[in-house]
Design a protein around this ligand. Sequence first.
Ligand code: 8GT
Ligand code: MG
Length: 256
Amino acid sequence: MTKRFVHVAAGVIKRPDGTFLLASRPEGKPMAGYWEFPGGKIEAGESAAEALQRELHEELGITMQEALPWVTQNFDYTHARVRLHFFQVEQWQGEPQAHEGQQMAWVSPAHHAVEPVLPANAAILRWLALPDQMQVGSAAAECVLLSQLPQQSQRGEVCGVLGPQPLQHWSASDLMLQTVRPAAVSWCGAQVQSHEQLLHAARLGLDYVWADDSVTLAEIQAWCVDGPPLPLFASTHRFPEGLAAARHIGVHGLLR
Ligand SMILES: Nc1nc2c([nH]c(=O)n2[C@@H]2O[C@H](COP(=O)(O)OP(=O)(O)OP(=O)(O)O)[C@@H](O)[C@H]2O)c(=O)[nH]1
Ligand SMILES: [Mg+2]
């Protein structure tokens, strides 16, 4: 018999300097001592955002003011089969406090020096280093990544993570010829024009997809309804109102 999904809402609580909060799972819970994003199970009748609001209040004593939907991940543990709905939380009231005896740490995308983290979160931690604005060169292989963080030092840090490392960016047709993610590259993403291509990119374990100019706003919205399975970039001109409007519906960032 197939196990049913336990739906979970988890929050990447992010400060303006780009650091985010991890917490250790308290004694008595499955996988106690593992580090996770604060959050918990979605209860009957709750939306994922409502569950996150409740959990952040219970676990940390903070009042979430806005949650940006981001990505959704499935994972099979021996104790449960989970579907994790991740949000980015950048506005809240109160100072996070450990209400359940958990340890807490503010970490950065480049250095999250806490171990062990829940296995379902490995990709999530990598993806948090992705900038929210990218630019692709004319040749498919030469992909230039730009960060648009406000301060110079952070810009340097994020580019330092991505810049010198080998990056593979596939066209949509090349993507569909692939059966495995290449081992020798640190970052791997692809252009997509259909939901089928997006799912293929997720199966390969890629780091991002870019919904190119042929993808309509309605399609992007549909792909985001349940959270895309990996960070989704949209074309800049699909969102003339800017990045904030794109992030509001679950798009990770913009690409030009
Ligand atoms: N909160 C949270 N749970 C995660 C993450 N990653 C991940 O695999 N999980 C899994 O999702 C499930 C979340 O359940 P939980 O134990 O936090 O739920 P909860 O806060 O409602 O606790 P409770 O059931 O004791 O009241 C666990 O199976 C946990 O292993 C994550 O980053 N944050
Ligand atoms: Mg929890």
